[in-house]
Design a protein around this ligand. Structure first.
Ligand SMILES: Cc1ncc(C[n+]2csc(CCOP(=O)(O)OP(=O)(O)O)c2C)c(N)n1
Ligand SMILES: [Mg+2]
Length: 578
């Protein structure tokens, strides 16, 4: 049903029902099940937000568009429907764009809808209010970009945006809506007819039987096979099929960060704690929804050892194949269809890998876990990362359906390794770019989209990128517990200014900062903790109450290392080495 139907007297006195751009956009969103908008109001979209709320869409207002954009991007990841981010023109549009590019890079479906200024003035560069050629700027940063100029094209425009966002490899889409469009009036019946309900927005892409057979033949020949699960596998929501493939094959699996929990990290075949061994020593590697980008050292070099390796890759994007190294068995299709076909092809008498290999992996893993265990139990004050994370590890074990948001450097890398995940899509983090700033946006969307409690584990620097959104968390009364690993800075709080000047070093923040008071300022719960025991109590209280909570966890400023686990990526001068 159309949401407005104004009756107006026409010249010939007959009554005609009319609708407008505002309502056609709302109707088009609702028709396609897009019921949540993340954005920041302002000209020309303020009234649109009000009307959308009035018509039953959940409209969540943020304090900065980038955070709204990150929220929309992760909503897309969690639901497989495009997350909607709504912004004003030029500056709001640009603020959202980082998140849109992030969505595209991470293959999350998202649509950024931005209002824009008068085309006639923008195109002649006559200096309109918030003038900017937004469509042109968005294009290289997203999967597709569209502009709608006429009310009767709103239905088609949104349909195109939805399909582009979710079909094939998902990504970010930009939809440009000039101010004039919102107010355009047209016949209501014609408007109704112009709307499009997108049928089968992300059609299954079935792999070719030859590709499946080829992959299975390579897998059969392996003596030391490995399966790598990427966030594409998590996105696919093909959890049962993936579990069958892994368990039936008997092959050790390595989950990438956001694929943790697809199978529990405590699963006997999980090789998470034996990462370097399996990457180096495996002979056949099957990538499922994981790309051979920097996070996997491009599939070559020291990390991967000297022994020859064969790669099988399952991905929806054909161009992904051979992107970094030769893929001997590409399987192109959606993850669910591909994995199901592989399981079927394995038949009833699949031979599991030689015990020598699986035992080696298990032993390495158990050794590493045992080595780590005592460090996780320390009750030092000030806390180190291991003591604090040991506590959070237990909390997630006891509350496996909570969603863990994680960003920072040491706070990220150590939490990823230490906190075991037990359920799919419960760990969401910095993604492909290692981006800081996703924290509060992700937390908000995770709480809104899933209704589950959220635990955000944040470096003090990382938190700063989106910290103002604690007001948003309080405003919507979301069950989010933010734990800030406060080590007084980026990587460490101990750097000194070599000149002896009064400015502190570039990586250092205010000592003894009390982030918990930010949450209290908006009516949430704040806590300052200095020991793992206190941390445990505070987090459990937050998770039990569901109240917005921020815990300032005081970490030894000397505990971290440069750039966490990726210090090797810092450029080194050839001169310095001499
Ligand atoms: C948008 C963005 N800006 C800057 C960086 C560079 N960067 C990487 S980690 C990091 C912060 C690390 O400090 P913190 O979050 O406090 O974690 P810690 O290592 O101290 O635990 C920064 C600024 C980034 N990754 N993304
Ligand atoms: Mg820090």
């Amino acid at each position: 049903m159309l949401t407005t139907a104004n009756k107006v007297e026409t010249a010939n006195d007959s009554e005609r029902e009319l609708t407008d751009g505002f309502h056609l956009i709302i109707d088009a969103l609702k028709l396609n099940g897009l019921d949540t908008i993340y954005g920041v109001p302002g000209i020309p979209i303020t009234d649109f937000g009000r009307m959308a709320q009035a018509e039953g869409i959940r409209v969540l207002s943020f304090r900065h568009e980038q955070n709204a954009g990150y929220a929309a991007s992760i909503a897309g990841f969690l639901t497989k429907k495009p997350g909607i981010c709504l912004t004003v023109s030029a500056p709001g549009f640009l603020n959202g764009l980082t998140a849109l590019a992030h969505a595209t890079t991470n293959c999350f479906p998202m649509i950024q809808i931005s209002g824009s200024s008068e085309r006639e003035i923008v195109d002649l560069q006559q200096g309109d209010y918030e003038e900017m050629d937004q469509l042109a700027i968005a294009k290289p940063l997203c999967k597709a970009a569209f502009r709608v100029l006429h009310a009767q094209d709103i239905g088609i425009g949104l349909a195109r945006a939805i399909r582009a966002a979710v079909s094939g490899r998902p990504g970010g889409v930009y939809l440009d809506l000039p101010a004039k469009l919102f107010g355009q009036v047209m016949d209501a019946e014609a408007g109704r007819k112009s709307l499009v309900k997108v049928i089968d927005a992300a059609p299954a892409q079935i792999p070719s039987p030859d590709a499946v057979k080829r992959a299975l033949d390579v897998l059969k020949s392996a003596k030391k096979p490995l399966i790598i699960l990427g966030k594409g596998a998590a996105y696919a929501q093909a959890d049962d099929a993936i579990r069958s493939l892994v368990e039936k094959s008997g092959i050790p699996f390595l989950p990438m960060s956001m694929a943790k929990g697809l199978l529990p990290d405590t699963h006997p075949q999980c090789a998470g704690a034996a990462r370097s061994t399996v990457l180096k020593d495996s002979d056949v590697v099957m990538l499922i929804g994981a790309r051979l980008n920097w996070l996997l050292s491009h599939g070559k070099g020291k990390t991967w050892g000297d022994a020859p390796k064969k790669f099988i890759q399952i991905d929806i994007e054909p161009k992904e194949m051979d992107s970094n190294v030769e893929i001997v068995a590409p399987v192109v299709g959606d993850i669910g269809s591909c994995v199901t076909a592989l399981v079927q092809g394995m038949g009833g008498n699949w031979t599991v890998p030689p015990a020598e290999w699986t035992k080696t992996v298990q032993t390495k893993r158990d050794d590493n876990v045992a080595k780590m265990a005592p460090r996780l139990m320390n009750n030092n004050s000030p806390m180190d990362y291991h003591g604090a994370l040991g506590v959070l590890r237990t909390i997630i074990k006891e509350r496996p359906d909570a969603i863990l948001v994680n960003e920072g450097a040491n706070t990220l890398d150590l939490a990823r390794g230490i906190i075991d995940m037990y359920q799919p899509r419960k760990r969401i983090d910095v993604g492909t770019w290692g981006i800081m700033g996703i924290g509060m946006g992700y937390s908000i969307a995770a709480a809104v989209e899933t209704g589950k409690p959220v635990l955000a584990v944040e470096g003090d620097s990382a938190f700063g990128f989106s910290g103002m959104e604690v007001e948003t968390i309080c405003r919507y009364k979301l069950p989010v517990c933010v734990v800030i690993f406060n080590n007084d800075g980026i990587y460490r709080g101990t750097d000194v200014n070599p000149t002896g000047g009064s400015d502190v070093a570039p990586t250092v923040f205010v000592k003894g900062a009390r982030y918990d008071r930010m949450m209290e300022a908006f009516g949430g719960v704040g806590a300052n903790v200095t020991t793992p025991d206190e941390l445990k109590r505070a987090v459990n209280a937050a998770m039990d109450s569901g109240k917005p909570t921020l815990i300032n966890a005081v970490i030894d400023p000397a505990a971290g290392s440069e750039s966490g686990r990726i210090g090797n990526l810092n450029p080194q001068s050839a001169l310095k080495k001499k």
